[in-house]
Design a protein around this ligand. Structure first.
Ligand code: NAD
Ligand code: WQD
Length: 337
């Protein structure tokens, strides 16, 4: 079975490609490299021992996409391509709607023309209403709080409508919680542009001495230690969840929304402690004001993923910190070469 992975050169896409090849799938990558390195497709070929076809193309380029479908004849698609920076989406909402929505619409139309109706979509826990009770269930209220999140909310609705209109489609929207860590080989991982927005890459840069100290956004939340609580999930566990979703898709025609998280909450200070244990030294930090728009707590109800995908994460926060640190050191070594 051949799977086209959009955004295959990105952070989650690259790990998903490795997992797919190991599970026996043929894999084709498409990415416009707007937020990823041109070296990644070669690294993936080297890691998997396969010459993986890579197309540098924008998903909004209909003709390019049609050519890829004609040449490669994929059986299904994992659609991870999109922009994901919350703050940037607030400043540039139309760019985000243009990129994330138009690329998905073009992809769906080209898939329909090519008679390919199996799709796994990268959604996000960011679609949930922040006021919803924890843990977040797939049936909890939906109300994204920023333009990026709304692109995911709208795409989910578009996918459901597509399936309602033609029940030959089989679509799963995976709502990721907080992906973290890197491949244990140290060869692929997350490479943020500029100052990282997310906690784990920021922590890694403080550990490496690239940044002076971690700013902990808020210490007065109604949580056990006052800092924000999230459901961090190892990127390799997340990648494995995509493979399971494909297997479920090939069984039946349906539309499903499924949380991919661990079901456990970790506070900022607990994550810092786990990182410090990996490093064997303290990480400098400073308590600062809350970041506007942040929820106090977010973690997944994982019952649906366990029941439907027969999938459970295998790695904990210490593994995420260890692998993120290995990746960070690998990056530093490359800069010195
Ligand atoms: P990433 O930026 O590393 O990967 C996305 C890839 O898509 C990049 O390689 C980028 O070059 C490519 N891309 C963007 N627009 C494109 C277009 N129009 N045509 C072709 N390629 C395009 O991000 P990631 O962390 O790997 O995220 C993958 C997906 O998962 C995204 O859709 C993101 O919104 C979603 N997601 C990410 C997180 C997270 O915290 N990382 C959480 C929830 C959901
Ligand atoms: C985690 C915790 C911060 C940085 C974001 C997006 C979401 C999703 C995943 C794509 C919070 C605290 C952070 C720092 C800190 N992406 N923090 N200092 O905000 O849960 O989710 O990424 O779909 O849409 O909003 O993740 O890693 O930014 O923050 O104290 O320098 O760490 O306040 O409590 P978040 P995060």
């Amino acid at each position: 079975m051949k799977i086209l992975v959009t955004g295959g050169a990105g952070y989650i896409g690259s790990h998903t490609v490795v997992e797919l090849v190991h599970a026996g799938y043929d894999v084709v990558l498409v990415d416009n490299l707007s937020n990823s390195s041109p070296k990644t497709p070669d690294v993936l070929s080297s890691m998997t021992g396969r010459a993986l076809p890579f197309y540098e193309a924008d998903l909004r380029d209909r003709e390019a996409l049609q050519r890829i479908f004609r040449t490669e004849k994929p059986d299904g698609v994992i659609h991870l391509a999109g922009w994901k920076a919350v703050g940037e989406s607030v400043k540039l909402p139309l760019s985000y709607y243009q990129n994330n929505l138009m690329s998905t619409i073009t992809l769906l139309e080209v898939m329909e023309e090519a008679d390919v109706r199996n799709l796994v979509f990268s959604s996000s826990a960011t679609v949930y209403d922040q006021a919803a009770a924890m843990p977040l269930k797939e049936t909890s209220g939906i109300e994204a709080g920023n333009p990026y999140g709304r692109t995911k909310e709208f795409i989910e609705k578009m996918l459901r409508d597509t399936w309602e209109a033609d029940k030959e489609w089989s679509i799963v929207s995976l709502r990721y919680f907080n992906p973290a860590g890197a491949h244990p080989s140290g060869r692929i991982g997350e490479k943020p542009n500029g100052i990282p927005n997310n906690l784990m890459p920021y922590l890694s840069q403080v550990a490496a001495g690239v940044r002076e100290e971690l700013h902990v956004f808020g210490s007065d939340y109604p949580t056990p230690d006052g800092t924000g609580v999230r459901d961090y999930i190892h990127v390799c566990d997340l990648a494995a969840g995509h493979v399971r979703a494909l297997e479920v898709l090939s069984d039946s025609c349906r539309y499903e929304e499924i949380n991919l998280g661990t079901g456990a909450g970790t506070s900022v200070l607990e994550l810092v402690q786990a990182y410090e244990q990996v490093l064997g030294r303290p990480i400098p930090l400073k308590m600062v004001e809350r970041r506007p728009g942040d929820a106090a707590v977010s973690f997944a109800d994982t019952h649906k993923a366990v029941a439907l995908l027969q999938w459970k994460p295998e790695r904990g926060v210490q593994d995420m910190c260890r692998d993120a640190w290995r990746w960070e050191q690998q990056q530093a070594a490359e800069v010195l070469q």
